[in-house]
Each structure stands twice: as C-alpha cells, then as structure tokens.
Design a protein around this ligand. Structure first.
Ligand code: ZN
Ligand code: ZN
Length: 181
C-alpha cells in the first residue's frame, strides 16, 4: 500500500518536473542562472534563455543555409551550451541532420519548432548557434553589439552582394580566402 502511494507521488513529481535539454546545457532548475536575453519561435511554443553574450556572430552564405532557411543568408550568434537553456517546448523540437538527411539529434543538426517550423538554432557538438532574429530586440538600435556579425562566411556562394566593411571569407572563417570588400 505504502509502495503504491510512493509510486504515485513519484509520477506526480515527474509530471511537475520540467524536462532538461541535455547535460551540457544550463539546467532549468539552476537558481543562479540569470537570463540575459530570451528568444522564442514564431508560435511561442519554444522559448530559450541565454545568460551571456554570444562569443561571436557571423553571417553564412552557404547553400545549405540558403535552402534550409529559405533566405539568402543565415545570421547566427554563437553560445557555449552551458550558457543556454530551453525553458519551454522541448517536446515540440524537431532535429534534422542535413548531412545525413535524418530527422535525428545527431550533431551537428538543425533544431526547429515542430508546430510553426521556425528554425531555432544549429546545435553543434559544443556550441549553440542561435538565430538572433528570434530574440525580439525591437529594432536595429537595440541589437546588442555582441550580436552584430563580425564577418561573412561562405561568401563565395552568395546570391546577393553585401556592401559592408566586414571581412568576407570564401568559405570558413580563417580557413579560406578573403574576398575583397
Ligand atoms: Zn513554434
Ligand atoms: Zn551556412
């Protein structure tokens, strides 16, 4: 009888307890975590928080980004996983490894909202490449400096020209040729 009560209590705790996204990530129960910025998908089912500024931000012009994002380029802000946590919607996440064409969480993979289709991030092995357009900063004047792109990568594959002063790498940053500004 007592055992039965214990099991029932355990099941209740489990339903109350929020899911964790992974051991590399900040825990949802970490009381010391102070959200610096919040992001959400279009339908708001998926919500994330970061407690730091990004370590870098880039614009990628590669063909995979063009197709998967349905856009001429992809803007990504890079975070350490331990500075990131998903606060809502872990059960609504889709994972897609484009190299293997598999809907599985095989890193690196794309993370998206299954309900509205918003791409949330590129999940790398160590890093979380978030898409700043999900952060709702409220206009260009409010975009934090650290989110501003520092370079263009895979610029050799571009479909539109960009007239800015940022370095433009033909492929990966520091591992390809610079294409003139
Ligand atoms: Zn959504
Ligand atoms: Zn790309």
């Amino acid at each position: 009888m007592i055992e039965g009560i214990k099991i029932e209590q355990g099941l209740q705790d489990m339903t109350i307890m929020k899911k964790e996204f992974g051991s590399n990530y900040a825990s949802i129960t970490d009381a010391d975590f102070t959200a610096k910025y919040r992001a959400s998908c279009y339908c708001n089912a998926v919500q994330c928080e970061v407690c730091s500024d990004p370590v870098d931000a880039k614009i990628c012009h590669c063909l995979a980004c063009q197709k998967l994002h349905g856009a001429p380029m992809q803007w990504a802000a890079i975070f350490h996983k331990h500075d990131v946590r998903i606060t809502e919607g872990i059960d609504h996440l889709n994972f897609y490894n484009s190299e293997l064409n598999k809907h599985e969480r095989i890193l690196p993979c794309k993370v998206s909202c299954a309900l509205c289709g918003t791409l949330i991030a590129d999940e790398g092995r160590n890093m979380w490449l978030a898409f700043p357009s999900l952060f709702n900063f409220g206009g260009i004047s409010k975009v934090p400096t650290k989110f501003k792109p520092t370079c263009h990568i895979f610029y050799g594959m571009r479909v539109i020209d960009i007239n800015d002063d940022l370095p433009k790498w033909s492929g990966h940053k520091n591992h390809s040729e610079l294409i003139g500004n």
